[in-house]
Write a protein that binds this ligand. Sequence first.
Ligand SMILES: Nc1ncnc2c1ncn2[C@@H]1O[C@H](COP(=O)(O)OP(=O)(O)OP(=O)(O)O)[C@@H](O)[C@H]1O
Ligand SMILES: [Mg+2]
Length: 253
Amino acid sequence: MENLKFSYPDTDKEALQGIDLQVPEGQCMAVLGSNGGGKSTLAKLIAGLLLPTAGRVSVFGNELSSSQNREAVAGRIGLVFQSPDEQMVATTVERELAFGPENLGLPSEEIRRRVDHLMNRFDLTEYANRSPHTLSGGEKQRLALASVLAMQPELLILDEVTSLLDPAGRQEIRNIIKELKRECTLILITQFPREALFADRLIVINDGRIVADDSPVLVFENLDKETASGIAPPLAFQLLNALNPANNPTENN
Ligand SMILES: Nc1ncnc2c1ncn2[C@@H]1O[C@H](COP(=O)(O)OP(=O)(O)OP(=O)(O)O)[C@@H](O)[C@H]1O
Ligand SMILES: [Mg+2]
């Protein structure tokens, strides 16, 4: 992304005010930031769902300004949102998983292989013939993730996928995300600072600008008034800091 700007129609405020960012292949990058800071807007621009007002965004070497280029990369980018209900299109779990691969025009044996593998991996086999809408929130989000992975995206963007789940469902999805990190380039937008800890890199976006960009530990160590805006470092991190003798010089002896 180069000087990437975006304003929604009929608004006078820029949702993104000039983003310069390079995400190398294979990286897991977490994104934290204030509400309304522009995180989801950035995700949609990278996925080609919105077009920049100014500046450039390129994915896999294709600038996403033309519809041909957006089509060329569409099947290589997966995007999962926070609310799984909006992503369900099919009448059964199995058909939901087959939907993306069918659209990619894959041979039916390959579709069968992927669907079976993902139902197994995401513990969905017993729900194969159920309607997605009868699943629990956590099960639906597992299905939403599996459906996107069925297309084997090289870049996966997860936009607050754990935020509507109960603690058990959230933990399940977090465990899956940790595995996905090894499989593709991952952009992990989250409202939970602890989820940023397992990323290689963390950026903080406030008011349409990147205000921090470093390893998660260094970002949390260096949070100041401008960059923090409501972000508290994860509890484990606060404890570690509190126990570090360098931070408690008077108790050093
Ligand atoms: N469809 C829209 N029309 C007009 N303005 C919008 C629209 N969607 C978002 N905005 C505005 O754009 C700015 C960035 O919103 P965005 O949803 O990208 O932020 P976010 O960082 O994802 O926030 P959150 O943490 O709440 O998910 C906000 O000021 C928001 O009000
Ligand atoms: Mg958002």
